[in-house]
Design a protein around this ligand. Sequence first.
Ligand SMILES: [Zn+2]
Length: 312
Amino acid sequence: MTDERQDSCPICKLKDYGIGKRSSGGDYIFNCPRCKNFIITFEALVDTENQDPIPKLSAWIRDFNEKRSGVPEIYRESLKEIPASLPDYSPREKQTKLLQNIERKTEYPGKPVDIVSKHDIPLAWASTEEEFLYYINSLIERGFLKKPFPTTLSSDMPFSVVITANGWDYLEERERHIEERTQAFVAMSFSENLKSIYEGPISRAITKAGYKPYRVDAEPHSDRIDAKIISEIKNSRFVVADVTEQKLGVYFEAGYALGLGLQVIWCVRKDDLEKVHFDTRQYRHIVWETENDLETRLYDFICAIIGKEKEV
Ligand SMILES: [Zn+2]
């Protein structure tokens, strides 16, 4: 691991000459045809040796490159933490993401977009080319995409696709539903001890990232989620769930949001971590000790995973 030049990608394991090189600072800079640009520390690079590809991290890096300016930095912890904090997208969600990525690459409606399946797997958050081509075919079958030229879809040959009128309708409908939402639903205990946490760090972090924090005014009378809560979760872009004090309502609300396919950001105060319900431990939690700590990490997390909202 002392050579200056790396000929395969540490994240997706794609091999291609000249894929990465060492920077003067000691980190490695990669320009992978599949993941695109990222910086990785030497320690993280060593950890990826003899490891399997990490498709979710590859998709996250690609998404970062596609959507935002800047190059993501991968640290040793990121190798596990980023994939663990991302949801497992359903086949339907992967198709939607793929269609949205094709939309982003479409210069104007009707203009074909070139796809190289070997390199474009992350656009569908797929693990293999076979899975990727399956989603392309599904979008064609659903009438959202078409092939402008009669080519067979294969992994070796680039091919073109065009978004159909139905595809544009579908995208517009979805945008209205999710992308335009700016509310962040906060699920947490209503105890006096934690009151300042909502008003202080949680609200500040959400606001600074460009979203509007929302919390229901009072603890629900029962553990059932009422209609108001359901509609506010449905109106939200993502949910912040602080499970400190282990209130059942928080788990119900977060579970409901996950069922809708919304991203849930889990937080817990350090001295409460051991009590976290077993079935949510699989998700990474922001484990905080001080208000300051919570504010900074929540803000960074929102920017990295959800994306900072553009100022209008
Ligand atoms: Zn790669």
